[in-house]
Ligand binder design. Structure first.
Ligand SMILES: [Zn+2]
Length: 227
């Protein structure tokens, strides 16, 4: 008799069936289930498992607070959706946006939170006027004001319209949230036009990429002059 930690194909199949809450191999052999019915059942249970797993785990990570963790099997997340524009330039902007949305784009405020160096300051290295938080990076840092001006005003315009539109159901639309992952608006207001969300996504990808490249360039200049 093989144990559950055996690498035999039968035990592996048994483990997979149990993992996805599917009928046991013995039951399947006896019942002779139809192929189409089996495929439908497998698709449904596998999708259900991963939806529950992904959405449940996302809630455990504070760094994912801006990310719309709703998993819809077969549907591409808006953050990686290129359907509106298939340009290479658009594709190049996605990784920066993903890093920001998943909390792995580290600003000084994050660095001090996770560093063991208690002397490390959260001050923005670009302007030295305030802590470098997401709000400072996106909306306030004077060193990036020229770069953000026109794109941010486009996003703010849409944000203001959405805020007025959503007032009736008491939903508040946070501007930082809109910039990082506009698809969360669709959760608050399912009737929201998808083209508006895709427009914000296009603008916010440009904004994130531009702020990121400008920040990196200024940091490189600072490094060069101080060395
Ligand atoms: Zn700054």
């Amino acid at each position: 008799m093989k144990t559950d930690d055996s690498h035999s194909w039968f035990i592996i199949v048994k483990t997979i069936l149990a993992k996805y809450n599917l009928p046991s191999a013995l039951y399947l052999l006896d019942s002779q289930i139809q192929k189409l019915k089996w495929k439908t059942m497998v698709n449904k249970e596998v999708s259900k498992y991963w939806k529950h797993f992904i959405e449940g785990h996302c809630k455990l990570y504070p760094s994912l607070k801006y990310l719309n963790s709703q998993y819809i099997p077969g549907k591409t997340h808006v953050l990686v959706n290129l359907s509106a524009s298939n340009s290479m330039q658009e594709a190049m902007r996605i990784p920066v946006k993903l890093r920001i949305a998943t909390g792995s784009y580290i600003l000084m405020a994050d660095r001090t939170r996770h560093s063991k160096n208690k002397g490390l300051l959260a001050t923005c290295p670009l302007c030295q006027t305030s802590d470098e938080t997401l709000e400072h990076f996106f909306l306030l840092c004077p060193a990036l004001s020229n770069q953000r001006k026109s794109i941010l005003s486009n996003i703010q315009l849409i944000h203001e319209k959405l805020s007025i539109q959503f007032k009736h159901n008491g939903s508040e639309v946070d501007l930082i949230q809109v910039i990082i992952d506009s698809s969360t608006i669709g959760l608050l207001e399912p009737s929201c036009d998808n083209s508006i969300l895709m427009d914000i996504e296009f603008q916010s990808r440009r904004l994130c990429f531009l702020l990121h490249t400008s920040r990196s360039r200024i940091l490189n200049d600072i490094d060069r002059t101080s060395s």
